[in-house]
Design a protein around this ligand. Structure first.
Ligand code: KG4
Ligand code: ZN
Length: 392
């Protein structure tokens, strides 16, 4: 079965086509086409993601991403199917709020053969609702035109599956032992998830305020560094470690380290960083780097200690780390080293290249996992954006 997947929950517009041979989770997955446009350059000016702008950019880019993924897949050629007036009217109604998207899609449809797609997977949450709706309405329009069922996908489940997806090997999902603990760290989420089996999720810990990626972004902003902050903070922290630069001010607090539960809090840490630097008129490059290091050290330590507690409490056989912040190399190094010593038999998975930040490959995997709950192309009304959709 060929799966077309669509991701528009935040500031990445992504479309991919995956061929799944067999059933989830033992299927063989081949990436036939993969297209992604990152809007970061557009949002950088605002220092963060601006939802209405994200929505507009998704609408402007989706058809180009579809075209790119389909071209790569070789699944379609330029034979023009007939477009009936009632079809055009229906598409215009579905995409009423995105007339440019409707125009682009109708032009695309008239120029391309209907590809052999068996399932459309689209993120319906969590994320920014205006952004999610563009992807959902686009999925509905394609489902209607191509007569293909569509399955709503939880973005966070996508992040989990992306971490165990091995593109190097045979393009397939790694078979993991349960129970597994998953630490999900992104711009919008910080949570510990217990998986007793495939597709079974229980939230055992979460942030009480800011997400860890959000904390990286806010600290970066305070230091005058561009959005997204994670990679910016990370390179400077690395240099500060290498050069053993002195700290600025007192030690940073380690929030919730001894709270006795599996929850997190990062807003106090962000404030503590602000206090360290507020009296300084200007910060030197070395001082900025030292603050980045101290912040990254504390964040990593807190995430590690809570994850270790979850692993022990639930006797985890597998650890999965996913979400945009899992791209952080210091965090990965620290986790790998720690668990190699304390739990040598427990595999620790981090996403491969290009799979930690938002992408649509992960949406195809999660869509395949839930193929049985796909909505028929005639009745996708139930498909709605759910900005706060939870995993468990
Ligand atoms: O998963 P993601 O792409 O989008 C959401 O679903 O939120 O995560 C984006 C977040 C941003 O906050 C970004 O600063 C952070 O991931 N991030 C990093 C790194 N790369 C991206 N944080 C720390 N270190 C990194 N190398
Ligand atoms: Zn994400």
């Amino acid at each position: 079965m060929n799966i077309l997947s669509i991701e528009t929950s935040c500031d990445e517009t992504a479309v991919s086509i995956i061929q799944a041979t067999g059933e989830f989770p033992t299927a063989k997955y081949d990436i036939l086409g993969n297209a992604l446009f990152s809007q970061v350059d557009i949002h950088r000016e605002y220092g963060g993601v601006f939802p209405m702008l994200a929505k507009r950019e998704h609408a402007a880019t989706l058809v180009a991403m579809l075209e790119k993924a389909l071209d790569e897949s070789g699944l379609t050629d330029s034979y023009a199917p007939k477009l009936f007036p009632e079809q055009e009217a229906h598409i215009r109604e579905l995409l009423e709020r995105e007339p440019n998207l409707a125009d682009n899609l109708l032009t695309f449809y008239k120029e391309h053969d209907v590809p052999p797609i068996g399932l459309i997977a689209v993120t319906n949450g969590p994320g920014l609702e205006p952004a999610l709706w563009v992807g959902i309405n686009f999925a509905k329009a394609l489902a209607y035109l191509w007569n293909v069922p569509v399955v709503p996908v939880n973005h966070m489940e996508g992040h989990i599956l992306a971490s165990i997806f091995d593109t190097e090997e045979d393009d397939q999902l790694t078979q993991i032992a349960f129970p597994a603990i998953s630490l999900l760290i992104s711009g919008g989420h910080t949570e510990l998830i217990l998986m007793k089996d495939w597709k079974q999720y229980e939230k055992i810990g979460q942030t009480r305020d800011d997400a860890v990626g959000e904390a990286f972004d806010k600290v970066a902003r305070m230091l005058g560094l561009p959005y997204p902050g994670g990679p910016e903070v990370s390179v400077r922290a690395k240099r500060a470690r290498q050069e053993n630069l002195p700290s600025v001010g007192e030690l940073l607090p380690k929030p919730m380290l001894t709270s006795g539960d599996l929850d997190f809090s990062f807003s106090g840490l962000k404030t503590a960083v602000r206090y360290r630097i507020q009296d300084k008129e200007t910060l030197t490059e070395d001082e900025i780097a030292a603050v980045c290091r101290d912040f990254e050290d504390v964040v990593t330590e807190v995430l590690l200690k809570k994850t270790e507690a979850a692993v022990s409490e639930y006797n985890a056989q597998t650890l999965i780390v996913g979400g945009g912040v899992s791209a952080n190399q210091f965090l990965k190094f620290t986790f790998d080293k720690h668990f190699y010593h304390t739990h040598p038999d427990m595999p620790v998975y981090f996403p491969g290249p290009g799979l930690s930040t938002d992408n649509s490959l992960m949406i195809a995997l999660a869509g395949h996992a839930h193929a049985e709950s796909a909505l028929t192309p005639k009745a996708p009304h139930a498909l709605r954006a759910d900005g706060n959709r939870s995993l468990a």
